[in-house]
Design a protein around this ligand. Sequence first.
Ligand SMILES: [Zn+2]
Ligand SMILES: [Zn+2]
Ligand SMILES: [Zn+2]
Length: 435
Amino acid sequence: MATSTITLKAQCLCRAQTFTATVPVSSLPLKGSSCHCTSCRHVMGALRSSDAVWPGPRENIVTAADATAAAAKGDDGAPVLKRYAHSPRVNVLFCGRCGSGLFFEEWENADEVRQFPDKASYLVFTGVLSVEGEQNKSQSSPLPPVVRFEDHMFVGDTLDGGAACWLRGMNGEGQPATRIWLGRRNKSEEVPLGTIWPALENQPTYEVNLKEVEVEKGTVPIRCHCGGIDLVLHAGEAQREYAEKQRRGEELPWFVDPVTHKLLGSLDACDSCRIAGASEVYTWTFAQLKYISFAGADPCGFPENTTQLRAAISTKESRDPRFGEISFYASSSDVQRYFCGRCSATLFYAVDERPDIVDVAVGLLDSPDGARAESALAWSFVKKMGSRNDMIATWREGMLYAVEKELEEFRIGRGYPKSWRRIALEQAEEAAKSQ
Ligand SMILES: [Zn+2]
Ligand SMILES: [Zn+2]
Ligand SMILES: [Zn+2]
C-alpha cells in the first residue's frame, strides 16, 4: 500500500540548514510560482526566483533567523540563517556559510513587518526542496511532481522574456502549462499560450546581432541586489580577442561561439547548482577572469586566476574593499562557489582544473537588451542539459525532458545554429552507427 505521508526537506548546500515538513501525499503538488523581476534576478543570480508555500512548521525557521540576528558580529563558525531585506515587506533567508537561499519571509504589507512579526508567511525556494530518500535513486519511474509551477510573474521586467521562454512546460508532458504574466498574476497582461514571447519577433536574431556587436563597447555590469557585488564583464573585448585568435588559426575555448565569438549561455541540471542557486535549471555563462574587472573609477587589479581570487577574498586584514561582500564556499576540495555574503546572490562557480575561467551567474548581468543579455551571450544550447542524470528518477524528471524540448524550440525559433560541440557529438554518433 502506498504511504500516505511524505517528508519534504529544505536543505542548503553545506547542510548546516535543514528544515523538514511531513505532509499527506494527497496535499501535493504544492503550488509553485516563479518571479522574474529585476530584484529577484539580482538577489538570486538566477534568471528567476521560484517558491512555494512552506508546508512545515515555521517556529524553527524563525528561531534560527532570530538567533543569527541577535548573535554578536564575531564569527564563531556557528551555522547562521541570515536575513536580507529584499523589499520593505519581504526578507530572503539564506545560509550564511554556503549562500543557498532557503525562504522568503513575507508580509501582506510593509506596515505589518514591525507591528506583527508573527504574521509573516514562509515560502520555500523550490531549488532547495527535496523528498527524503529521493537521493537513493532506486525508483524505476519518476516520482509524482512535488511542485506544480502555476505561473511566471513580472516577466515584463526581463524585456526579452528571460528564462520564461524555456520554462512554459516545466511541469512536464501532459501537465498544465505555466502561465506567463508581464507583472503580477491576474493584475497584468498575460502572454497567451502558444506565444513564446511577444517582443521576440521584433528583436534582432542571432544573424543580425552578429553585425551589431562589432561596434559595441560590450561591457556588462555584474551586480547583486545589495550592491555588495559590483563588477564588470568585458564581453566586447573578449569577443574581439577571440575573433582575432580564430583569424590566427588558434583554437577557441569551448565556451565561445565560433561564429559570433560571444560567450555561450548555458542551462545546468546539476543538483549542487540547483541547491546553491535555489532554483531549478540554473543559468550560467563562462568567462576568463582577465575579462572581469572591478566597477568604478579604479577597475584594475581584479585577480586573473581563481587561486589569487580565493586568497584575496580570504584575507581578513587589509582585504581590498572593492571585493565588497563577495564570499565563497568550497563545496568540494576543488570547487568554490562565490556569492554575496549580504544578500545571498550567487556569483561564480570555480573549479581548480581551470583556474583562469569562472562560470558567471547570468541573473547578475545588467544588460540593456534584456535578462538573457543576447548582445553579449549566445544561447545555442546543446540538446541535452549538463548533469541531466541528477534530475532523472527524481520528481523533476518530467521537467528535464520538457525543458530540453523547449530549449530546442527556442534555439530554432531564435535562429541559433547548433553548437559546435553538439555537431561534433552528432557526427560521432553517426559514425558509430554506420560502422
Ligand atoms: Zn549552508
Ligand atoms: Zn521578484
Ligand atoms: Zn549582495
